[in-house]
Design a protein around this ligand. Structure first.
Ligand code: ADP
Length: 236
């Protein structure tokens, strides 16, 4: 098989792939090359840890993979579909249908309850309030948060807030989960519990997931580990 045929077949079986991605930022009159010729493939059901120190470009990679930012060069394929040049509307649609995000800080809507925060993205996608609430309740039960359904984020602990944010991210049954330091804001004990719940849910639902984390113990539990080196993705 030629190199380009094997790249093509990897893209066809991948749920997400980045091909020769460049991303640079301007700092004064200097250009910062954060990604240069980055290649990455995520297969269905696979969990991958992106381990790199602060400032290495983890968020940049996740934003590009999640269609929140566009590369300066290269291509992003979601389910084999080239996305870098699609309109903002088309990219938003793909993001809503196929991609869930978990951030270091939960970004829950403060004026809504736990169940409403999880139901909301499903209603935006077109489900009835009844259907959305029913799925949100199932997820809250899975997260062992059935006692916290009607609590607002300020009435939840950090670990509980993050479990609600995880439930929200998977509520629309995405194919890909992208997580940026999902337990980085929690104490070690809570972090390992939340991470266990998160990976349990990812594995039970057959999601493909890319987790940026500093935590090597958590990274060790993933199927693969990658780092960023000189703007490229390198397998550990
Ligand atoms: P990480 O998530 O690994 O901490 P980031 O992807 O957030 O890294 O950032 C990588 C580098 O790019 C950092 O040096 C950061 O300061 C810089 N950077 C990130 N976003 C921008 C931006 N919009 N403009 C200029 N520099 C940026």
């Amino acid at each position: 098989m030629t190199a380009s045929a094997s790249t093509q077949s990897a893209q066809e079986t991948a749920v997400l792939s980045l091909v020769d991605v460049d991303r640079r930022y301007k700092e004064g009159d200097r250009a910062l090359d954060i990604l240069s010729g980055a290649n990455f493939t995520l297969r269905p059901g696979e969990t991958v840890a992106l381990v790199a120190p602060s400032g290495a470009g983890k968020s940049t990679l996740l934003h590009i993979a999640g269609l929140l930012d566009r590369p300066d060069a290269g291509e992003i394929y979601v389910d084999g579909r080239a996305c870098s040049k699609l309109s903002d509307e088309a990219r938003t649609r793909i993001r809503r249908l196929d991609i869930g995000f978990v951030y270091q800080f939960h970004h829950l809507l403060p004026e809504f309850t736990a169940v409403e925060n999880i139901a909301m993205p499903q209603m935006i996608r077109g489900l009835s309030k009844r259907e959305a609430n029913s799925r949100a309740m199932q997820l809250l039960k899975y997260m062992k948060l059935e006692e916290r359904v009607d609590h607002r984020p300020s009435e939840l602990s950090g670990g509980e807030q993050q479990r609600v944010a995880i439930a929200r991210a998977v509520a629309n049954a995405p194919r890909i989960l992208l997580a940026d330091e999902p337990t980085g804001n929690l104490d070690p004990e809570t972090a390992s519990y939340v991470f266990e719940v998160l990976t349990g849910l990812v594995r039970a639902s057959g999601l493909a997931a890319l987790f940026a984390t500093h935590n090597l113990d958590l990274a060790a539990q993933m199927d693969r580990r990658i780092i960023l080196s000189k703007g490229k993705v390198v397998e550990l």
